[in-house]
Design a protein around this ligand. Structure first.
Ligand code: BYC
Length: 312
């Protein structure tokens, strides 16, 4: 079939809300965009284990430790689903990881900020997982079957992560003045990075238009950011905490909160590799890969031996 006819049929399928599956015909640009986005997402999950992993040994109680450990393990699982889902597009996970290690592939800007206090673990669950869910419930309705199905499961786990973060913030906010101050400090440091992690403003987002035509994205970055802000400000009010934005106000006419100016220079600096923890995060992943090489070699040797024994 002619490419133009295939393209027309592909778009028709998407317009009808049908899923595209790995063996279906798809334009090369669709495949490339999905590999870019899904691998960035997978990398974000495994780099995202680092700021929280930093607090596993210092969690304030056994219960908090067990919950945090489970959450960080969930993030590893999300990375694995997403690498597997990306592999259905004909790329190998070794190549994807190589792109991360060499700085060719991005991961979410948010994980280049440090987790300085226990309250940061609350702020990450509440704000980072909260922002991620806003985006991912949309991606769960997207056109590529393996990605959308991975998102359904991931969102279920993320909503538990979000609640555990909010519960930490609630406990601290109802605690001693020092604990409440710690919660406010964490909110001050994570608020702007969290609203930036949803991507550049629509006017500066080169990929959105094409991704929306293909129904990979169903909403723009700014639309999701607005929804996240509208949902989160009342939650901050309930905690008795204030977001670090003097211009934040509720617009009675539109029914939405209006926020102050976002420092996009900071965002693009972090994405370019100049955030507070970029070098440390990348080094941690490169070292983990090197230190884990013997485990992969042993697993391969065992699998090969088993296969040879079965064939004999
Ligand atoms: N950080 O045209 P745009 C989690 C890049 S982890 C870095 O708007 P698009 C969790 C973008 O890649 C969940 N780079 O892009 C884990 C593009 O550059 P390239 C993380 C960013 O794709 C552990 C350029 O800026 N979620 O929940 O239409 C613990 C222009 O942007 C960022 C995902 O990864 C950023 N924040 O929209 C706790 C979701 N934003 O590639 C929690 C999957 C943009 O053209 N990804 N850039 O060179 C997406 O949904 C979309 O890719 C984005 C960006 C909304 C992020």
């Amino acid at each position: 079939m002619e490419d133009s006819i295939l393209l027309e049929k592909f778009q028709e399928k998407i317009d009808k809300g049908l899923k595209i599956e790995p063996k279906d015909w798809m334009p090369e640009a669709y495949r490339k965009q999905l590999i870019r986005m899904m691998s960035q997402h997978a990398h974000s999950e495994i780099v995202g284990m680092l700021p929280e992993g930093n607090w596993i040994t210092r969690a304030p109680s056994l219960r908090r430790k067990a919950v945090l450990l489970a959450k960080v393990q969930d993030e590893a699982g999300h990375g694995l689903y997403l690498y597997s889902a990306a592999e259905t597009l004909g790329i190998d996970r070794t190549e994807l990881l190589d792109q991360l290690f060499t700085g060719k592939a991005k991961y979410s800007s948010i994980f280049n900020y440090p987790s300085l206090t226990w309250a940061d673990i609350g702020a990450i669950g509440w704000l980072v997982d909260g922002a991620a869910i806003m985006n991912q419930t949309m991606l769960a309705r997207g056109s590529y079957g393996p990605y959308s199905r991975a998102m359904v499961r991931i969102c279920k786990e993320e909503s538990f992560h979000n609640r555990q973060g909010y519960e930490i913030m609630l406990t601290l906010s109802n605690g001693s003045p020092a604990q409440k101050a710690m919660a406010q400090d964490a909110l001050n440091r994570w608020w702007w990075p969290a609203i930036m992690m949803l991507g550049p403003s629509d006017a500066a987002s080169p990929n959105t238009e094409q991704l929306m035509r293909w129904k990979v994205k169903l909403e723009t970055n700014d639309e999701i950011r607005q929804r996240f802000i509208d949902r989160t400000i009342p939650q901050a009010d309930f905690l008795g905490l204030t977001v670090p934005d003097n211009d934040m106000k509720f617009n009675e006419t539109t029914g939405h909160y209006e926020h102050g100016t976002i420092n996009w220079k900071e965002f693009f600096d972090v994405v370019a590799g100049n955030g507070p923890c970029n070098k440390k995060r990348l080094k941690a992943r490169v070292d983990a890969d090197k230190n884990g090489a013997w485990v992969r070699a042993a697993a391969h040797a065992y699998a090969n031996k088993k296969a040879a024994a079965k064939a004999a």
